[in-house]
Design a protein around this ligand. Structure first.
Ligand code: FE
Ligand code: FE
Ligand code: ZN
Length: 298
């Protein structure tokens, strides 16, 4: 069965239960959330009562906990240790994020590997490895999914080799995996038209069973543009058919597909309508108009 969902917002009012309600609105059976604003590290304590409510709603609606993904805030940078205090803060925050996930029962945590900034890339990657080895402990019931990055600025994790090097050197290997992002892959230089070839190379170097999540996004920019600007499904340079091919790929059947496409007019979430297109396998040329009409009349 297709496992599809989107990024949803986690607000303190209902916490995880709010995420589930939003997911149901979109007709999805998976979701991804940040435990607070993605840009900052302000976090509120988890209310177990809200978590229990979320788990009940999930059970009633066949949303499996294994298809729920948490995304760490993108300001955590494990690659740069030129400011030791910041580096240590990033590790401490990641540790807390792991604890939060485990309190919620969430098994997957997506992480941007980090940015090298002025450091040598190889050294930056060794910092990521050191940080992960520092943070992860054998008792953790979590898999950190390293996201494939577009190569904007000095991002690390922009090709198979960099991701593989991190995984190769993390001691607790069962606690690291990969999150593919189609927009990032495209922008980093992978042709999604040739996705089978990419998967084959991935399988050889890392192993397909390491893929724990796929972010399905179209891209505003061309192959190898190193930009990282997401576009709505079928409206970018990757295109509807190529994205469908990823979403319905038989080798990724059990992997949750998560949309992180932009809101329409910065206001209206596109996910309900994009998920509908994906389920029907039919491109909607009136996507924006349909979304605006729906939310204006709501
Ligand atoms: Fe991400
Ligand atoms: Fe992503
Ligand atoms: Zn992105």
């Amino acid at each position: 069965m297709l496992i599809i969902g989107s990024h949803v917002s986690y607000k303190n009012e209902n916490q995880l239960a709010g995420c589930v309600m939003e997911t149901l609105e979109y007709g999805a059976n998976a979701f991804m959330f940040y435990t607070g604003a993605p840009q900052n590290v302000l976090r509120t304590p988890i209310d177990d009562f809200k978590t229990i409510k979320a788990l009940e709603m999930m059970k009633e609606n066949n949303i499996l906990l294994e298809n729920v993904i948490c995304h760490a805030p993108y300001i955590i940078n494990l690659a740069n240790n030129s400011d030791m205090e910041k580096y240590q803060f990033a590790m401490r925050f990641l540790r807390q994020e792991i604890e939060r996930c485990m309190t919620l029962g969430v098994r997957y945590l997506v992480l941007h590997p980090g940015s090298a900034t002025k450091l040598d890339r190889e050294y930056a990657i060794s910092n990521i490895i050191k940080a992960l080895n520092n943070v992860l402990i054998p008792e953790d019931n979590i898999v950190i999914l390293l996201e494939t990055m577009a190569g904007k600025g000095s991002e690390c994790g922009i090709n198979l080799e960099e991701i593989a090097t991190i995984i190769d050197n993390v001691r607790l290997k069962d606690k690291v995996g990969v999150c593919l992002d189609t927009c990032h892959l495209n922008d980093s230089g992978i042709d999604i038209k040739e996705f089978d070839a990419y998967l084959e190379a991935f399988d050889k170097r890392i192993g397909l069973k390491k893929i724990g999540c796929v972010h399905v996004n179209d891209s505003k920019n061309g192959i190898a543009s190193h930009k990282d600007r997401h576009e709505n499904i079928g409206y970018g340079t990757i295109g509807f058919e190529n994205l469908l091919n990823v979403i319905y790929h038989p080798l990724l059947e059990n992997v949750p597909k998560i949309l992180e496409t932009p809101y329409v007019d910065r206001e209206y979430p596109p996910y309900k309508f994009e998920i509908q297109m994906i389920k029907e396998k039919k491109f909607n040329p009136h996507l924006y108009a349909d979304i605006i009409e729906y939310y204006k009349n709501k």
